[in-house]
Design a protein around this ligand. Structure first.
Ligand code: FAD
Ligand code: DLZ
Length: 508
């Protein structure tokens, strides 16, 4: 008897475990564009377009390869609107009684599938370097789960940048050579762009009609939507940007949205690129003498280090992770996260480019929008929902640990050993935003003082009970303690005034 093989919108890989465990001659692939997935948060229209277009192309590829694919388009009249509903409908249609799936990336959908009245066999998602069992074995019994040590295990496992059992270049980590301030000029023109073909155009019309009012600009749409295009985008990055990736990884510029970043996270996350293949391509560039070790090691660490590690944390910590709020932050997300209407130029720039591209690079996410939300005490669940909505690469398994854990410290330090907070001077050092900002980054108090300067000390002061004993923050508390009392009072008063304006929805 036929079985149904579920392929989700972020599982578009030929070597998907569900496909590998199915029989092409007798089993039936089910793929469905459904309202539940398209609306469980109000995704950026570019994200929905990428997923639907890539799903349609992948379905065509599977059919060419001989699979029987039952594909439901969003506007099909008999569309049941949810993944379990579509599976039940296809089971009715075909007489199938069993579903084969690959573990999906959000607890929400895992639970919905488990509740479905059909026999379900779930295979592990093998599109990662480490299995969840390997992560849990590594994590078991450790006092703290620092990414760096897990990363080293995966370097050994993959052999990436390893020479005779030792790290290539004599060090595991070359960050000391990275993270230079923003360059005066960037000689990379950004990610490879693709003109929409007929399939993509059809999807863009659909998305415009159904989701055109959501936050985010749909057109121009330039993302890759199949494996061939994604591989070309990867090669373009390796050749033209990887050599300087490390140097300017943390830099930000008013007039350059991508600097030397790869912009491939969405392609990896939905299955168009394989993470190991990406890392091997970067390693090859180093072996060929085309990219320096600091760039290549830094890039590989993001993928086999951070990406694998946050996935392990998401599944280890369980479904309540997105509700954690260790610092009891309760302020509402300010409206300017949607409008970009703020005098803080760095924030306005990050939100504008998020709206236009569904993309911001790591430091914009962590040290601009994330930093602001943490300093201002925004409710971390609201912050989490914002990130899940606005970025093209956002799926809960990767988004939530980055936001709830790394950026908002809401998991009480499982991921970060100290909160990622900074005053305006960090943003000034790493970017050119402050030069043209309405606020003055050099002003620590007063009418024009950069809000990051005020809020930084406010954060440190109000969370002293939690962080006062943290050795990595001792120096900052010592600086605060050395400040004169009247100066401290001014800083805290002005920060309070700023936060009051923020809560009232006044323009800040
Ligand atoms: P590059 O800077 O070129 O890095 C190369 C690759 O490394 C990325 O494509 C990505 O696959 C991987 N990577 C880098 N950093 C991380 C990380 N911290 N976690 C996981 N993978 C990483 N990444 C997502 O894929 N989805 C998200 O929803 C997401 N939300 C984030 C939210 C916050 C608050 C922060 C601080 C980071 C988040 N990240 C997320 C991680 C990172 O910012 C993005 O992966 C990266 O910006 C994507 O751009 P890029 O492809 O140009 O990456
Ligand atoms: C994100 C997304 C969207 C917008 N739409 C669909 C869809 O219509 N059909 C589908 O199979 N998958 C979609 N996805 C991806 C899923 O939301 C994703 O598989 C889960 O969140 C688990 O990661």
């Amino acid at each position: 008897m036929s079985r149904l093989v579920l392929v989700l919108g972020d599982q578009l890989s030929e070597n998907l475990s569900a496909l590998k465990n199915a029989n092409k001659d007798s089993d039936i692939v089910v793929m469905a564009e459904v309202a539940d997935e398209a609306t469980y948060v109000q995704h950026h229209p570019k994200k929905i377009a990428l997923i639907f277009a890539a799903m349609r192309k992948f379905a065509a590829r599977l059919r060419d390869d001989g699979w029987d694919v039952r594909y439901t388009e969003l506007d099909d009249t008999d569309n049941c609107g949810s993944i379990p509903g579509e599976l039940l409908r296809r089971a009715d249609e075909t007489g199938a009684k069993e579903v084969i799936a690959t573990q999906c990336g959000e607890w929400r959908l895992i639970n919905a599938l488990e509740d479905m009245p059909l026999k379900l066999t779930v295979h592990p998602d093998t599109r990662f370097v480490a299995s969840l069992d390997e992560f849990n074995d590594w994590a078991e019994g450790r006092k703290s789960l620092r990414m760096e040590y897990f990363y080293r295990e995966l370097r050994r496992k993959t052999g990436l940048l390893m020479e005779d059992g030792e790290p290539a270049g004599g060090k595991w980590n070359f960050d000391h050579d990275n993270r230079k301030p923003a360059p005066d000029a960037v000689d990379f023109n950004g990610p490879m762009e693709f003109t929409p073909d007929d399939t993509v155009e059809e999807v863009l019309d659909l998305v415009e009609a159904r989701f055109g009012n959501s936050f985010g600009t749909l057109r121009p749409f330039w993302y890759a939507t199949d494996q061939g295009q994604a591989r070309r985008a990867l090669s373009h990055f390796i050749k033209h940007a990887l050599p300087k990736f490390g140097d300017f990884q943390d830099a930000m510029l008013d007039d350059n949205r991508f600097l030397y970043h790869s912009v491939i996270s969405a392609y990896i996350n939905i299955g168009l690129l394989d993470p190991l293949e990406v890392c091997q391509a970067a390693e090859q560039a180093w072996e060929d003498g085309d990219a320096p070790i600091n760039a290549v090691e830094g890039f590989i660490r993001q993928i086999i280090g951070w990406r694998e590690y946050v996935r392990g944390i998401y599944f280890r910590e369980g479904p309540d992770y997105t509700r954690r709020n260790a610092l009891n932050h309760q302020r509402k997300l300010p409206e300017f996260f949607w409008t970009a209407d703020t005098k803080m130029r760095c924030v306005a720039k990050a939100v504008e480019q998020t709206r236009d591209e569904a993309y911001a690079h790591h430091i914009q996410r962590l040290m601009v929008t994330g930093n602001f939300a943490l300093l201002a005490g925004i409710n971390p669940h609201e912050v989490h929902e914002w990130y899940l909505r606005v970025y093209i690469d956002a799926f809960e398994w990767v988004e939530a640990p980055n936001v709830v854990g790394m950026s908002q410290f809401a998991d009480d330090g499982i991921i970060a050993s100290k909160p990622y907070v900074s005053s305006g001077s960090y943003i000034d050092k790493m970017s050119d935003h402050c030069k043209a900002c309405d606020y003055k980054v050099k002003d620590k108090t007063g009418e024009n003082a950069c809000p990051f300067n005020l809020l930084y000390w406010h954060f440190m002061d109000r969370h002293r009970d939690k962080f006062g004993g943290n050795p990595r923050m001792g120096q900052m508390y010592a600086t605060w303690d050395r400040m004169k009392d009247d100066r401290k009072e001014t800083v805290l008063r002005e920060a309070d005034q700023f936060l009051e304006k923020l809560s009232k929805g006044e323009r800040v």
